[in-house]
Design a protein around this ligand. Sequence first.
Ligand code: DX5
Ligand code: ZN
Length: 231
Amino acid sequence: MTTRPLIAPSILASDFSRLGEETRAVAEAGADWIHLDVMDGHFVPNLTFGPPVVKALRRHTDTFFDVHLMIAPADPYLAAFAEAGADGITVHVEAGPHIHRSLQAIRGLGKRAGVALNPGTPAALVEPLIEAVDLVLVMTVNPGFGGQSFIGSALETVARVKAMTAGRDIRIQVDGGIDATTVEAAARAGADVFVAGNAVFKDGPEAYAARIAAIRAGAEAARGGPGPRAC
Ligand code: DX5
Ligand code: ZN
């Protein structure tokens, strides 16, 4: 299934003192999705924000909210993120023993269910989950921080997930170290949703549209030109 590449700026790299304005600005600059990184200081060695912040940001844009939970356990918080305005919720396969239950719960809340894999986790772990997911997130850095270097070996995982999901309506997302250059190899491997933090936000709001366009152009070039416009 060929789908148009989606660019999902991660507000982790934005100015946290102006989160509402930043979210609106990046949406108006052409973001397809807004990526929200939730960290608990336990599953990953960093802390960010929870459902009240997602709810506050919801007032600033109608753009799809792609909530990436780097928390363990995740299940006790799924309903709160859904109520706060998440459109898609992604949980890590490494975060607990009941990943299938978590994915069922997300769909039960009426949201798109995503499963994430760390760079050290084999693609085979998502095989039994294929019927239960709308998105597979392959981390291209170890989760916890923005601004890290892209781990190229994760693209082998992307390729395996691509083969596993052939013909299904499942998005393949990459997250970490994505910029106008690394996006090309990720797109060639089979990814079609590209999270980018620093590559979008690093030069301030005047550059957001150009930064998003450059990443999109890299993804489209890798696929041999602009794809169909449907999501
Ligand atoms: C890392 C987060 C990423 C991060 C990406 O744990 O999941 O979404 O914001 O940031 P960059 O694009 O700067 O690597
Ligand atoms: Zn993320």
